[in-house]
Design a protein around this ligand. Structure first.
Ligand code: ADP
Ligand code: ZN
Ligand code: ZN
Length: 728
């Protein structure tokens, strides 16, 4: 028998090995980790299958070195999900399966997991131990008499690590999850928060989801911000837990705040675990284990949590399904939403996609009847949807990029004792520094981009490659000391607002002010106290937060997004505008939204403001249909970056030339990326488009193998991106 292993290397294939000398293949189960020789390295792979035949010549077959796991770490459904992901995204299976493991388990090949406990194997028999091994027999009896015990407890009882190792190696003891800690046990005593009475549409949504338990069905919950989607999730989860199943909830990176966690924790004390990249590695490992062991009924996580093993999975929820952070932008470029839908089909459970602004993909699926379409058209409680208006700033004098109308709106709002929020998706003081005399511009040395001015730090900073430089006192070209700051940034707004409203709290929230973990929480807490205040921030402020006293939202500059060449720029812009607008009027006071634009007649913007997101989205869908663009066509991008543009383009040309004719796949490019040079690398892209998904995949497969085998491009990197979020 041979063991098929997925190894985390960028090769799109699996590798066959012989079992280690002292073990039979039958003892090595799919889902176990194994240490294998790979070239001159040793790598940690995951067993995907045992097989009778191999294509590898006997002389080249090597042996597995070590099997750290007696029992599979990844169950069959996750193995299958990982394989599907690798196939769909044309990525290495080994790398995809590693996504399912917390970092500690990817790197440490020692078998012992923190917080693991020792128990006897089901078929353990004391007679398997040598009669002379007195201490081993004592440990056997000790384990037999107790519940699974942590290592520390065993050590306290006088059994050392070497002794434990012997029982593990003999297969007599196994590692199991440590029993739930006392903290969660104590949590269960707390009274869960009482639930509100659902309004009619909420009840319909819950009923529809519950009716789908036990089978695969995707449901799109389209509910305006504040309509009570989260309440629907909580009810569905409750019903799911009552059936003895577990639930997986995915939320955007930015949405997994302590507030969100607290809300779930309050309703289901002691039953929620979180998984996201902000956790320390040890905590991530512990939480992963609790989920994988069935010890946590609810897993609340960001993108990669979609791959976490969850016994008895009965419901998957994706909040803010349209959110860009669900699409990975490095490594395997999977969409966690799409992987989750696949997982629902593998696990025979419903997948509930919630959003105020559905992605065009999900909307089309709902319109075609593939997804069940649920709607919440009204805000829960007393809150009313906000009133949107456009402010034409073409010829209006602006002060710090704020129009007279918006400034008046701000002061009215403060006078009324309420809060306002100013949204600008650009941090720093100004996005460019220029000399009016000679035209010099502060460019980044490594990118085709401008340096951003950071005023308090007296610094120029490239937001694309992170390079920094001191703020020049005079123009390096002509010596002119009066350099111009071009365009607005959140820092600049903050400074201006402090001048205009000296007695009001001005709270800026962006990546620069929330560097410390606690800083964001502090700001949010201050805002929620409800004193009059003006919040200034980037999209960190736009999503998820519930600030009941915010009644005015001002949007400073969205024209850039409207005119971007990118496929999804307008869609994103519309979603973001609605999200930001949703921050206002969430309490019992009505909200307004003032949007400054130099293009108030732009048809998409006009539709959005006068007729709302659903009509805006329908208009976009028509446009996409006419262009055969997603969701009416299928796209893949192959991107390359190299030290010279010519090299990246030549590589992509070679791939384009290899594309067979008459396959129904169109190639566009290679084209240089709009920001061709980034961090010193030159970037180009080849786009493939097709009317059918199958045609696209059939064309991609040979192309990707060819790219993998390409020779003579030293220093070149390339990636394939199926269903790209951005073209470049
Ligand atoms: P969403 O997730 O759609 O933005 P939430 O679920 O956060 O909306 O609900 C917004 C607010 O309305 C929350 O404060 C929530 O507690 C409240 N809420 C939700 N459903 C109801 C209901 N049926 N009755 C009263 N209040 C509700
Ligand atoms: Zn100059
Ligand atoms: Zn740069």
């Amino acid at each position: 028998m041979y063991i098929e292993v997925a190894i985390p290397v960028p090769l799109r294939r699996l590798f066959d090995y012989l079992p280690p000398k002292d073990a039979t293949a039958a003892a090595i189960k799919p889902g176990c980790r194994v240490v294998v020789p790979f070239g001159r390295r040793q790598l940690l792979g995951i067993v995907t299958a045992r097989k009778q035949k191999t294509d590898v010549p006997a002389a080249q077959l090597r042996r597995i070195l070590e099997v750290p796991d007696a029992e599979p770490l990844l169950p069959a459904d996750i193995l299958e999900l990982g394989r599907w992901t690798a196939t769909y995204y044309h990525h290495s299976t080994g790398e995809c399966l590693h996504l399912a493991l917390p970092p500690r388990l990817r790197e440490h090949r020692s078998a012992m997991l923190q917080d693991q406990a020792l128990a006897l194997a089901d078929d353990a028999d004391i007679e398997l131990l040598p009669a002379r091994a007195k201490r081993q027999r004592e440990l056997f009896n000790f384990l037999k008499a107790s519940a699974p015990l942590k290592r520390a407890a065993l050590r306290d009882a006088g059994f050392d690590a070497a002794l434990i190792r012997k029982l593990l190696d003999a297969g007599i003891a196994i590692e199991v999850a440590a029993p739930a800690n006392t903290q969660s046990a104590a949590g269960e005593i707390r009274e869960p928060e009482p639930a509100v009475t659902l309004h009619h549409e909420q009840q319909l949504a819950v009923d529809a989801t519950v009716a789908a338990f036990g089978r695969f069905q995707t449901l799109l919950l389209e509910g305006i911000t504040g309509s009570g989607k989260t309440e629907v999730y909580l009810r569905c989860i409750d019903a799911c837990l009552q059936r003895g199943h577990s639930a997986l909830v995915l939320i955007p990176e930015i949405g997994l705040t302590p507030q969100t966690l607290a809300r779930f924790e309050k309703r289901f004390p002691g039953r929620v675990v979180a998984l996201h990249s902000g956790l320390a590695e040890g905590e991530r490992l512990r939480n992963w284990q609790r989920a994988a062991n069935g010890d946590a009924a609810i897993l609340l996580g960001t993108r990669s949590a979609v791959f976490t093993p969850l016994p008895g999975l009965g419901l998957i929820i994706i909040d803010e399904e349209h959110d860009a952070s669900f699409k990975a932008q490095d490594g395997c470029r999977y969409s966690a939403r799409d992987v989750a839908v696949k997982r629902g089909s593998l696990n025979h459970c419903p997948v509930l996609l919630g959003t105020a602004t559905p992605s065009l993909e999900s909307l089309k699926n709902a319109m075609d009847g593939r997804y069940q379409w649920l709607q919440l058209r009204e805000r829960a409680g007393l809150a009313k949807p906000p009133q949107l208006s456009l402010i034409d700033v073409r010829d209006a004098p602006l002060d710090a990029n704020i129009s007279k109308q918006l400034r008046k709106g701000l002061s009215d709002c403060i006078t009324a004792g309420e809060q306002a929020l100013i949204f600008l998706n650009r941090r720093g003081f100004a996005p460019a520094l220029q000399c009016n005399t000679c035209g010099w511009l502060a460019d980044c040395q490594h990118c085709d981009a401008r340096m951003t001015v950071h005023w308090r730090q007296r610094r120029l900073h490239c937001h694309h490659c992170d390079s920094r430089a001191p703020l020049p006192r005079a123009c390096p070209g002509c010596g002119n000391p009066n350099l111009m700051f071009r365009g607005p940034g959140t820092e600049r707004l903050e400074i201006a607002l402090k001048e205009w409203f000296p007695d009001t709290d001005i709270i800026r929230i962006d990546r620069d002010t929330t560097g410390r973990k606690a800083a964001m929480a502090e700001s949010v807490a201050t805002i929620r106290e409800g004193r009059p205040a003006i919040l200034v921030g980037t999209q960190m402020l736009a999503k998820g937060h519930h600030f009941p006293n915010v009644t005015l939202v001002g949007v400073i500059d969205i024209d850039g997004a409207l005119f971007s060449a990118d496929l999804r720029a307008a869609e994103r812009c519309g979603q973001l505008l609605i999200q930001v607008s949703g921050r206002s009027g969430r309490g019992d006071k009505p909200g307004r939204v003032m949007i400054q634009s130099r293009n108030p007649e732009h048809p998409a913007l006009h539709t959005l403001v006068t007729r709302g997101y659903p009509e805006f989205a329908r208009q976009m869908l028509t446009e996409r249909r006419n262009l055969h663009m997603p969701p009416y066509g299928f796209l893949a991008a192959i991107r390359a970056d190299a030290n010279r543009l010519e090299q990246a383009e030549r590589f992509l040309h070679e791939l384009r030339n290899a594309l067979s004719q008459g396959t129904g796949v169109n190639a566009i490019g290679p084209l240089p990326a709009p920001m061709t040079r980034k961090a010193g690398r030159f970037r180009a892209v080849l786009l493939l488009s097709a009317r059918s998904r199958r045609a696209l995949h059939s064309a991609l497969t040979p192309l990707v193998y060819q790219a993998e085998a390409a020779k003579g491009y030293s220093g070149l990197n390339w990636q394939v991106d199926v269903d790209p979020a951005e073209l470049f």
